[in-house]
Write a protein that binds this ligand. Structure first.
Ligand code: SF4
Ligand code: MG
Length: 320
């Protein structure tokens, strides 16, 4: 299988000023992540808010400059490209944002909203531009007569369809989906997922699909990475991850998914809040919330261990 995105030891650190004394601290939002996404694959990334998953997406798509590490798109390194060199990759990597309400300019009609990326990235104009806009709307299941409407005239689900139409109009190879369904009703969530899957089947596009909840990535993801405080703690194909989670954090996340008729014992594994991300625990970052923590966990940071061809985990319980 060919790879569309590969990141190697990717880091994004921010300098922040904390407290009354405005003490300078480093926030390690993304702190050394390595994985690849295949062509036609959906890679899900899951973690609590504040774990760095949006920063990861924004660094990969070059909205943020990486602090360290490398990003490859279709075999070409793009980590430090700027301006004209970066421009063609900006077309190939589109983004769908979490909040369809705020990611669409309320004073622009649909024609103007969809024209924007097309005018930046293609030479289409006049009738061809109009046709492309209508074609994109049809793919996401919106009526071609929508072109004269404004965002407030659509429902939340329809607005997210507009966001998808805008992203696919320039025919990208990859879309970063940053919590695209979190703000939608459950019934609408399934429609959006189905639409994204249909587009993938027809175009072979790849997705990085971000969510804060494992139930939201289950259906769409081929593989899933679980993120905790800037690190991947486990990566696996979807089926294995749900059937046999390895990392204590993944187990905690899975048990926090409400299941009808069962008593969640979420608390027994995943207790407490995220530690302050500018003051990370020594050793394993998860140790302050892990009931399996032992001496080595506070002394040595666990590294990714390959368990099976598509299974990796970073936890001392699996040290050889
Ligand atoms: Fe828990 Fe230790 Fe594994 Fe970290 S390395 S998840 S503290 S057992
Ligand atoms: Mg986010």
């Amino acid at each position: 299988k060919e790879t569309i995105i590969r990141i190697e030891n990717l880091k994004k650190h921010f300098q922040v000023n904390r407290g009354l004394l405005k003490e300078k601290k480093i926030l390690k939002a993304v702190d050394g992540i390595t994985f690849e996404i295949e062509k036609g694959e959906t890679f899900g990334v899951v973690g609590e808010s504040g774990c760095g998953k949006s920063t990861l997406g924004r660094t990969i798509t070059r909205l943020y400059d990486a602090t360290e590490g490398k990003i490859y798109f279709d075999g070409n390194e793009i980590t430090k490209l700027k301006g004209k060199q970066l421009h063609p990759y900006k077309k190939k990597m589109q983004i769908i944002f979490q909040d369809p309400y705020s990611s669409l300019n309320p004073s622009m009609n649909v024609r103007e909203i969809l024209s924007e990326p097309l005018q930046i990235h293609t030479y289409l104009s006049g009738r061809d531009l109009e046709l492309k806009i209508k074609e994109s709307l049809e793919i996401v299941g919106l009526d071609a007569t929508s072109v004269d409407k404004f965002p407030h005239e659509f429902s939340g689900g329809q607005r997210q369809r507009l966001g998808i139409a805008r992203a696919i109009s320039v025919e990208p190879d990859f879309i970063l989906c940053d919590e695209p369904i979190s703000a939608l009703d459950v019934s609408i969530q399934a429609q959006i997922i189905n639409k994204l899957e249909m587009i993938q089947e027809e175009s072979g596009i790849s997705y990085l699909f971000i969510a804060h909840d494992l139930s939201m990535v289950k259906h769409i993801s081929h593989r899933i990475g679980v993120m905790y405080l800037g690190k991947m703690v486990e990566m696996a194909d979807s089926a294995s991850l749900y059937k046999e989670p390895l990392h204590p954090y993944t187990k905690g996340l899975l048990q926090s998914v409400p299941r009808i008729g069962t008593d969640s014992n979420f608390e027994s594994i995943l207790f407490g809040d995220l530690p302050n991300p500018v003051d990370l625990p020594s050793g394993c970052r998860f140790r302050t919330r892990c009931k399996y923590a032992k001496k080595i966990c506070s002394e040595v940071e666990p590294t990714m261990i390959q368990i099976a061809p598509k299974r990796q985990v970073a936890c001392h319980l699996y040290d050889k």
